[in-house]
Structure formats: C-alpha cells, structure tokens
Design a protein around this ligand. Structure first.
Ligand code: WT7
Length: 632
C-alpha cells in the first residue's frame, strides 16, 4: 500500500475520489480483522453520522502486536531513551511488548476494568505509557490520556467529563534536571472525582507518594498477580477506542472521540506512506503521547506497521542542545518527526551542538503542529538533513486522527512552508465567509474538508450537538478545520494559521477563552482579553490584557500571582508571556471584545488599527496603546 511515485499518487488520489469505498476497502485489506465489514462507509455531515467499515470486528492491538509475532517477534518495537543520557536505553521487542501489554491488560481487569469503561492515563514518556494505552485497547476500555503538563483541575475536569473509573499514573517524571511529581497532582485532582475507583501507580522516579488504602495500588505489585495471557476483546469497528481532550474557541476542552476501525486504517496507512517507512528502520517522533501526534505516530501508526518506534522521555535541550542529535547518532535514527518550535529552539544555539554528530542515518524528516517558517525549514533541511532528506510538513489535527495534507516522502516535490498536497481520500476545499467554495489556484480562504475519511472524529464525548456546532455547522455539508489556507499556482496548500480564537503555543493548542476564564478566576481581576502574538521560538505567545483596578503596588508581584492562578487552573503551558494592566477593553456597542484591535496592539502596531468607529469607547484604544508602549 506504499505509494512510490508521483504517478502512483495521482492514480491513488483519483481512485480515492471517484470510488472512495473501493479505495478504502482495499487499503483496509492490509489489516487484520476478525470479521469483515458489510459496508465501507455510510455518512452524513448534517447530524453528523459517520460510520466506516460497518459490521467489521477487530482489535487494534492484534494489528499492533499479535500479527507481527509470526515474522518479527524479535524485532524492536519500542526503543526507550531516558531523560538522563547516562542511564541505559531500553529495547522492547514485539514479543516482549505483546507480553507486557497482555499482562497489564490482566491487571486492568483485576482492578475492575471492563470493555467500555473510561480510563485516564497521566504518565511520563516511558514504555509503560504505551503499554498502558495498548492494554486499554486490548480489553476494549476507552483511554483518555492527559498530557503531563496539565494541572490537577484540568485533569479532574477531564476525568469527570468522561466519568473515568480508573487512573493510571506514575510517582513522577524526569523532564530536564529535576523530577516533577505526577501522583501528587493526581491526588489533588481526585478530591473532586467521585467516579474513580482505582489508581495504578508506576514507580519511576521513586519519590515518596501517598498511597490510599483500597484505592491506590502499585503497578509493580499488580503485575506479579497475573499471567501474560490475555485474549483481545472483540471490538466493533465503530466502538470507541479513545477520547482525547482538545481546546476550541469557546468553553471547556472537548473530548474528541476516535473509534477502532477507521482510526486504525487511517493512522497505519498515513504512517506507512507519508514517512515511506522501510522494514528495519528506526523512527523517532519527538511528540508526547499525551497529544494526538503521540497517539497516531508514536503508538498506533508505527506499531500497526511493525515499525520500530523510539520513545524519548526528556527535552531537546537537556543536558545539552545536542540531545536530539546524540539520540539520532546513538540509535541510527532514519526518520525524525518533530515540531517547528523544537527546530527554532535548537536553531538558536547555532552550529556548535551539531559538531561531530553523525546524522547520516537520517533519510526522512517531518514537521508537525504549526506552520513552519522558511528559516526553520531551511535550517532543518540543510543542517539536519544535509539536503538529502525530504521534509514532510504534515498538516492535520486532533480531530482528523491522522495526517491530511502533506508531502509523501520521496514522492511529492517539497516547497518550504507548504504542506503541499492532500493525501489520497482527502478532499480539501477553500471557502469564503459565506461558505462559497473558492475554486482554482492562487486563492485563499477557510479550509474545509468536504468528504469523510476513516480517521475523522465521530463525536465529542457526551455532547454530540457540540460536535455538530463546532465542526459541521459553520459551513453546512462540510467539516470546518478552523484554519486559514492558501492554494498556490501549483495547487499546493499552505496553512496560514487558525482563523478562530485558538492559539498555538509551542505546538500546544490553547483556547483564548480558556486562558481568560483562568485569569478571571484570580481574585481582583474584573475582566481580561487574551490574544496571540508572533513569538520567535513558540510560534505564538500569549498576550493578556487585564482589568485589575486595585492591584498590588508592585505590579510584577500581581502578575506573578495571576500566572500562579493560570498554572493552577490549566497548567504552566497556558501562562501568558505578557500581561498588560488596562482600565478598559475595546468593545462594540453590543459588548463584544474587538480582538482584532488587541491582536494588532500585541503585534506592536500602533497605527492602522482599522475601523474603530463601532467601538463603545474609542478612547480606550489610545489608552491601551500608550500603556503597551510604556511597557516595551
Ligand atoms: C492545529 C491542530 C496534528 C498534530 C499536532 C497539533 C496547526 C498542525 C500543522 C502544519 C500548519 C499546522 C493547525 C491545526 N497545525 N500541523 N503542518 N502546518 N499548521 O494538533 O493540537 O489538534 O492542533 O495545529 O492550526 O488546526 P492539534
């Protein structure tokens, strides 16, 4: 199923559009099913109601594990590189991983988990995280992985929204120089989580933790009580596989739901094609499993294709900014998939960290998470790929389950900062504000997808109407991505960034409304407005305009207090980079904050603010500009 030439791509693409059911039916033949489907696709985007491979039965772990045992039992499935380079790396073969997953699946059962139960996972980037994810899938439990950087309150909200019965965590995590507690955060979260019955705790950093009798058990003890035989649960293609929470322009994060069959086919197919994975290659994706990139392209995609996937616990700059390059050299990494923010950060250290590093194993490079600027693209190409490794700039989203618009390595001619062409099966359209499709080339508009693909979200957990409203109502009959996009004269796509109130900070997706809510929870804050501004390393930084009439004499102290509140409510990733105290916000007569104006001010623009005549009090703008100038 690997596309090897542009002609093959064009052929596949044509077929996928003209006869999607036949196309995906054939792709799906490359996977192991317990029972075949009777219908490849039924759909409507009005409700929406989307079903792929109806009637089919499978278990995704049989595709990620069991089916490789016959020929690749001793092939490395996971290579784990710890935070501390002095510590040994760990290799798990497919046989070992299969055994570990089955054993832990039995631990889950022993602790009361059953098919359909929701299980929250809050863990460091260790092999046991992948084992926990796969063990849930093995028994048909629905995993909800929460990124290790989120606060107790964020975890509690997610646990309660999904009514999780179990939590899997670790005592702590090593990220850079110091260990960070995880179990403590879970303990705080669980004060307000009545549905959680059991907590399974992995020993990793071995800091003291509180273990509550009857609720908390140690991973290491539990695995001693079970054997390593665990028949995979038979799942319907449309049974839930996982929930992953993601931010939008309004309200609390939504639980994006992915199902077993379509997601598996899409993650596997796109992994194999985009990266052109070859047997025996080592593949390294630097994302965290707590985000969709880790789900699809550290765990499910690579393992479904029998690949060797490298899991790294640490950060790019610890102990030195050579860390990535040392890992590439040590494990002879062939494919490196990372984020523009990491590239820009490493770029800022100059050439020295690269000196003497053997990067000759690298064959394909990948970028994901945000638009990659040309400077970073060229640096990645020249310094890391030595001009010989194609860069696949992969555009996709939590909701899409897998890569949508991207070059195919060694097939598609790349172009700096362009995600290039849609993968087979993907029908992107650009629309204007009225939802009218903009045809032809050299045009730009809002990016929509007009036909279903197997990896797409099915609903938002517990609130289908919210799914319909968020993604399918803005432009009826289409899935709206929230991104702006241009299509150049060659028909190549370039994503220009979000057109809604969603920020992308270091590749992390954060809603402005979410940050505002957190700031507004701070005593003394009357109102706030948050916008993004261009940031050299993070891509976007967070700029908060805050009304706080009687703040402490030492304004910096008050700002730190506010940052502490945001850290408590969401997590450190949502802390504003800049705070400006103001006495009013630019609002329309109907009370709507005019963010357009604030965005310009945050970008350093002081004139050309556009039409301000509809403002309730235009004077407030001059005041904010003045305050912003004084700050700089
Ligand atoms: C948003 C999705 C998908 C994995 C990581 C982020 C932006 C993602 C690209 C890219 C330009 C990109 C979009 C998208 N984005 N990849 N290659 N070029 N922008 O997942 O948290 O769901 O965020 O990230 O704005 O909508 P996510």
């Amino acid at each position: 199923m690997q596309i090897k030439s542009l002609e093959q791509y064009e052929e596949s693409y044509k077929k996928s559009i003209e006869n999607p059911e036949q196309f995906w039916g054939e792709v799906a033949q490359n996977f192991r099913w317990r029972k075949p489907w009777y219908k490849v696709l039924s759909w409507n985007f009005e409700e929406p109601n989307i079903k792929w491979f109806e009637g089919a039965k499978l278990n995704i772990t049989e595709n990620c594990l069991d089916r490789h045992l016959e020929h690749s039992a001793d092939k490395p499935a996971i290579i784990w590189e710890p935070n501390d380079p002095e510590q040994d790396s760990v290799t798990l073969t497919y046989k070992m991983l299969h055994e570990a997953v089955c054993r832990f699946a039995n631990v889950l059962k022993r602790n009361g988990a059953q098919k359909g139960d929701r299980i929250c996972i809050y863990m460091p980037m260790v092999p046991e995280l992948a084992i926990a994810v796969l063990a849930c899938a093995r028994i048909g439990a629905v995993h909800s992985v929460v990124f290790g950087g989120f606060s107790a309150k964020s975890i509690a909200d997610r646990i309660n929204d999904a009514k999780c019965k179990l939590v899997i965590t670790a005592d702590g995590v090593y990220r850079g120089a110091k260990p960070i507690p995880l179990k403590d955060v879970i303990d705080d979260a669980l004060i307000g989580c009545p549905t959680v019955e059991k907590v399974i705790v992995l020993t990793h950093v071995r800091t003291p933790v509180s273990m509550l009798k009857g609720r908390d058990v140690w991973w290491e003890d539990e695995v001693k009580h079970v054997n390593a035989v665990c028949e995979a649960e038979e799942m319907d293609a449309e049974d839930l596989l996982f929930i992953l929470y993601t931010s939008g322009s309004t309200g609390k994060p939504k639980g994006v739901v992915h199902t077993c069959g379509g997601y598996m086919v899409y993650a596997g197919y796109t992994f194999s094609n985009v990266f052109n994975y070859q047997p025996d290659e080592v593949y390294f994706c630097t994302a965290d499993i707590g985000w969709i990139t880790g789900h699809s392209y550290i765990v499910y995609g690579p393992l479904s294709q029998g690949a060797t996937t490298l899991i790294f616990e640490g950060v790019p700059t610890y102990p030195t900014p050579s860390r990535f390059w040392d890992i590439v050299e040590k494990h002879k990494v062939n494919i490196l998939y990372t984020a523009p923010t990491a590239i820009r950060s490493l770029m800022s250290f100059g050439d020295e960290p690269l000196e003497g590093k053997d990067l000759s194993s690298l064959r394909v490079l990948g970028s994901v998470g945000e638009p990659i600027n040309e400077e970073a693209w060229h640096w990645f190409d020249e310094k890391i790929g030595h001009g010989k490794a194609p860069i696949v700039d992969t555009w996709w989203q939590t909701e899409t389950g897998g890569i949508m618009i991207s070059p195919i390595a060694n097939v598609t001619k790349t172009k700096p900062s362009y995600a290039t062409l849609p993968l087979p099966g993907i029908q992107p359209v650009l629309v204007d504000e009225n939802g009218v499709e903009i045809e032809g080339n050299d045009v730009s508009g809002n990016l929509c997808i007009k036909f279903p693909w197997p990896g797409m979200l099915r609903t938002t957990y517990g609130d289908h109407e919210r799914c319909r409203q968020t993604y399918f109502s803005t432009y009826p009959g289409m899935y709206f991505t929230g991104d702006g996009c241009l299509r150049d004269e060659d028909g190549y796509y370039r994503i220009t960034g979000r057109v809604d109130d969603v920020l992308n900070v270091s590749g992390h997706r954060i809603g402005t409304a979410e940050v505002e809510n957190a700031i507004n929870m701070h005593a003394g804050v009357v109102e706030s407005a948050v916008v993004g501004y261009p940031h050299d390393v993070k891509g976007q930084g967070i700029y908060a305009f805050i009304i706080y009439p009687n703040h402490h004499q030492d304004a910096d102290l008050t700002k730190k207090d506010i940052l502490q509140t945001v850290t408590r409510v969401i997590g450190a990733i949502a802390k504003p980079d800049k705070i400006l105290f103001v006495s009013g916000l630019p609002k329309t007569r109907s009370g709507k904050i005019m963010r357009r104006i604030l965005r310009k001010i945050a970008e350093g623009e002081t004139s050309n603010l556009g039409d301000t005549s509809t403002l309730l009090d235009p004077a407030v703008v001059d005041e904010i500009i003045e305050a912003a100038k004084n700050k700089q």
